[in-house]
Design a protein around this ligand. Sequence first.
Ligand code: UAG
Ligand code: ATP
Length: 489
Amino acid sequence: MGGHDLADIADAVPSASAVYGDAVVTGVSDDSRTVEPGDLYLAFPGRHAHGLDFELEALARGAVAILSDRPAVSLPSVVVTNPRSCAGPASALVHRHPSKGLRVYGTTGTNGKTSTTYLLGAALSAAGETVGTITGISIAGPRTTRPAARTTPEAAVLQQSLAAMRDEGATSVALEVSSHGLDQGRVDATHFAAVGFTNLTRDHLDYHRSMDEYFAVKSRLFESHRTEVAAIGIDGDYGRRLASSVGVPCWTWSASDPGADIHADRIRSGPTGTSFTAHTPDGPLDVRLRLLGPHQVDNALTALAMLAATGVELDAAVAGFEQLTHVPGRLERVDDGRSGVVALVDYMHNTDGQHRLLPYLRSLSTGKLIVVIGATGDRDIGKRFPLGATAAEYADIVIVTDESPFSEDADTIRDAVVDGAVAAGSATVLVEPDRRDAFELAVEHARHGDVLVVAGRGCDDHVVHGNRSAPFDDRVELRAVLENSASTS
Ligand SMILES: CC(=O)N[C@H]1[C@@H](OP(=O)(O)OP(=O)(O)OC[C@H]2O[C@@H](n3ccc(=O)[nH]c3=O)[C@H](O)[C@@H]2O)O[C@H](CO)[C@@H](O)[C@@H]1O[C@H](C)C(=O)N[C@@H](C)C(=O)N[C@H](CCC(=O)O)C(=O)O
Ligand SMILES: Nc1ncnc2c1ncn2[C@@H]1O[C@H](COP(=O)(O)OP(=O)(O)OP(=O)(O)O)[C@@H](O)[C@H]1O
């Protein structure tokens, strides 16, 4: 790849005040630990450190220049007022603006981003596109896939990933856009063909100071300088507000309101999938999903509206939806169907998800509903009590266990969830801090006809206690407990 002069980069970013020295830049990194030879190292002021603290490591790994809010000591530098706001433009320039050669579909919302992104990927493939997907699970190009470190990658990683996908022949990319990503400018300088909004409910109030601020950050994705069209769900107040203020052509969707551009009826949600009729301007479409739960109707409608807005053939899109067997860790069944217990792993980690999914799971049960639940450390403390209470509102048995406490005290987190579950007053509440033992307890209580769901971590494959990270995949562990129980009974 030909390089870019530091001066050209300074011209392309906002608020550059000075350039010291020159260099030819061939890549970008915002983390000294991942710098490669020829990189521009973006040194951000952070909550815990300043990127310039790691200048020598970046130099040792081959950085040729630094962009920061002060000059570097040992490398040519671009000095800017706000380094984070430069990450997107600088990275896009160095990687030759990959989003302009791709149709990028960005989905945001509190819940359903990953599922919608998977649905978009399946639909676009069926419509003949060569597709990449970028989610909190993986960065998956047409030829190469790697695990994701974030829901939305840092700008340097995003632009490099988009460029790699373009070079692998991708024509479309479906991308999950978090509010953290928007707030930190990770998708700046990404040109979207379409953006979609699933819903907005309480979450992440450890990061955003209020729901209004959270909404304002999400709304940034819908600005006319970022996208050509928008698709917005109008079943909630925030969606209606967004749809009425957006400055680009907008397709609305609703799971019930015939006034939306696309709406659904005849929704059926059973043990093997979900079906509905989508009413579009081109006529009705019968949609069959193998994904479980009525909430997937909302996600499919978000995808459908984005696809309709960009002229994708909807019959092909719907055929693509049907090809998708599951989204990893999202109401993923882990039982083999033989024990008569339906066992699933899900990523519900807020009460909106619980209110949507638990009644459905209840409807699948001819016996009890057993919910294994916990809460993550270093995240929105105010969610814990309601998570416990809502689980107990729907379940017969709630087993409270630990997730990843990170730097927090596991007992404190667990106690808050237990307090909520007990306060609901309707379910049997059991406490088992060890996650594997909690799964055993759940399986011991499960009888033919019961539904058992392990909620909260989805397909995360590690748990983190303090500085200790250990492999733990709920799907693998629950499956092992079920198999062990079947072989000993
Ligand atoms: C709260 C938050 O979002 N923090 C982000 C923020 O961290 P920070 O300001 O604390 O950074 P810092 O640790 O002080 O370090 C300052 C700078 O030094 C750099 N550094 C640091 C150490 C080192 O050895 N070398 C090095 O270069 C860092 O890359 C950083 O640029 O800037 C860092 C990169 O610049 C991000 O990696 C970091 O994300 C952290 C890890 C994180 O956990 N973020 C989560 C909350 C997040 O973004 N989540 C959303 C999904 C939410 C959801 O929907 O569930 C996501 O999109 O993933
Ligand atoms: N449309 C929806 N409405 C309410 N809850 C949903 C919806 N879609 C998914 N969920 C719940 O949210 C969980 C996460 O789903 P998904 O990963 O698709 O969303 P997400 O927005 O990407 O979440 P995250 O950012 O936390 O990964 C699911 O396991 C399910 O419990």
